[in-house]
Design a protein around this ligand. Sequence first.
Ligand SMILES: NC(=O)C1=CN([C@@H]2O[C@H](COP(=O)(O)OP(=O)(O)OC[C@H]3O[C@@H](n4cnc5c(N)ncnc54)[C@H](O)[C@@H]3O)[C@@H](O)[C@H]2O)[C@@H](O)CC1
Ligand SMILES: Nc1ncnc2c1ncn2[C@@H]1O[C@H](COP(=O)(O)OP(=O)(O)O)[C@@H](O)[C@H]1O
Ligand SMILES: [K+]
Length: 491
Amino acid sequence: MLSILSGDLVKQLDADFIAQQGISSLELMESAAKNFCTWFRGNFVPSEHRLFVFSGPGNNGGDGVAIARLLCHEVKAVTLLVFEEKENCSMDYRLNFERLPDQVEVTSVDKFDFKFEETDIVLDAIFGVGINRPIDGVYRWVVEKLNALEAIKVAIDIPSGIPADDVLDGEAFKADHTVTFQFPKFSLFFPEHAVYTGKVHVVDIGIPDTFLSRYQDNKYFLQAKDIPALHKRFHAFSHKGDFGKIMLFGGSLGKVGAMVLSSKAALRTGSGLVHVQIADAERMIMQTAVPEVMVAGAQEIKRLEAFDALGIGPGWGTEVDLSFYSSILKRFHKPVVIDADGLNLLAKKPEMLQFVPKGSILTPHVKEFERLVGNVSSHKERLLKAQQFAGEYGVFLILKGAFTSISTPDGKQYFNSTGNQYMATAGSGDVLTGMITAFLGQGYNPLQAALCGVFHHGLAGELAGKQKRRGVIASDIIACIPQTFLELDIP
Ligand SMILES: NC(=O)C1=CN([C@@H]2O[C@H](COP(=O)(O)OP(=O)(O)OC[C@H]3O[C@@H](n4cnc5c(N)ncnc54)[C@H](O)[C@@H]3O)[C@@H](O)[C@H]2O)[C@@H](O)CC1
Ligand SMILES: Nc1ncnc2c1ncn2[C@@H]1O[C@H](COP(=O)(O)OP(=O)(O)O)[C@@H](O)[C@H]1O
Ligand SMILES: [K+]
């Protein structure tokens, strides 16, 4: 799995890779620039655009200079905008500068008229991960000017101004696309930076994942290629029992819809048998909406150990008898999934957290998480608290949102790459609960269940989004779950 390294470790990695491979840093920069150009050709028709490359004094600027050279024969025109005298720039910047052909027009930013056409593309190669203070002076002036103008804007590695591992202080370049090298930089996951990063793309620069994995920073980026190995395989003689018997608790009066969504999602994720515990008055609706589901009676609720996994919380309400909730947690000795009101009740009575079975999976959205741990001032702090919470209670903490994170009891943090804004719709969290409970029930360990659940859920949201964009509702996500197994070639 792809490791995510801090800004400091990136420098160490580059230096070690260069030393070990016997290549120069200039060659690594060339590889980064070439791979950027491949991305560029895949996303734009170069001959239809003029290119304006703003290059700062470090190696991020050097990338920009190399890109200007590599694309100058394909685009309509290239202008390289410079801030500093060559002598004040990094060695690799200078070496690239000397290789510039005549087709690249070089202009100092203070002589530039800042007149763009709609199809012009601005490349931000001002600062990368080497930024060490908020931008000011001419850099801030240029960034603010660019932010106010219409053009297509692409940031190289990271939008200039944003630190690799911290929350922005001051101003930064506002990109439509951020093309980041090798792995997404940590700060690209912060919602505070959403208006600056635009869509994030990761391009390889030729450092193998195995080399990268030597640098353990306990943070990983979950991608499609990681998923097949996490899945269990079932054989031709597999029976309903192999696919798991699960029970979902929730669906108070007027909120049975949450259970309809969770249970359907569980079935579409392959659950063998799904029971639900819901308000009596809601039975009819439940069984009409999902005939495959069984409504649990007193007997089933008494014999919880007969189930492989439990999912607790969707639409449960906060009036639940807490001694009933505690008894569920105390009597069931395997990991459970806790969401929504299951979490809100724990926030109301934190003493109950001690009864949550070890290895359980908690799936709060940001608000639910803050009810558990108190307010935070930034996403960075939130992620730190998630990591601490997972360690303290021995659970897997899934913090939902864009780039959903999964914090593990042993201090690791995984960031999901699937999903989109169209999933911000009522009930999509209930779908996730059903999916993860289904995987747990099928005998996946909690980490596998969490990673597969989050990835497939996001992918289902992407597939639904392709057809329906902002018209996506939670049921559309469920309808796309089966296709996610096809897309990933999971039998
Ligand atoms: N082998 C390499 O070195 C590679 C580097 N790459 C690129 O190199 C970048 C990192 O390069 P650098 O470490 O040179 O760092 P940057 O290019 O991000 O800039 C650092 C330079 O800017 C100065 N600086 C920092 N903050 C400033 C501020 N607020 N105002 C004014 N000056 C400021 C620093 O003193 C330093 O001179 C990556 O983001 C990536 O784009 C890629 O080419 C891949 C290979
Ligand atoms: N902008 C987004 N990008 C990616 N995923 C998102 C985005 N917004 C929401 N989601 C996903 O949708 C789900 C919403 O869950 P939740 O907030 O619990 O919804 P609900 O309570 O309505 O069921 C989560 O899995 C979350 O990760
Ligand atoms: K940049």
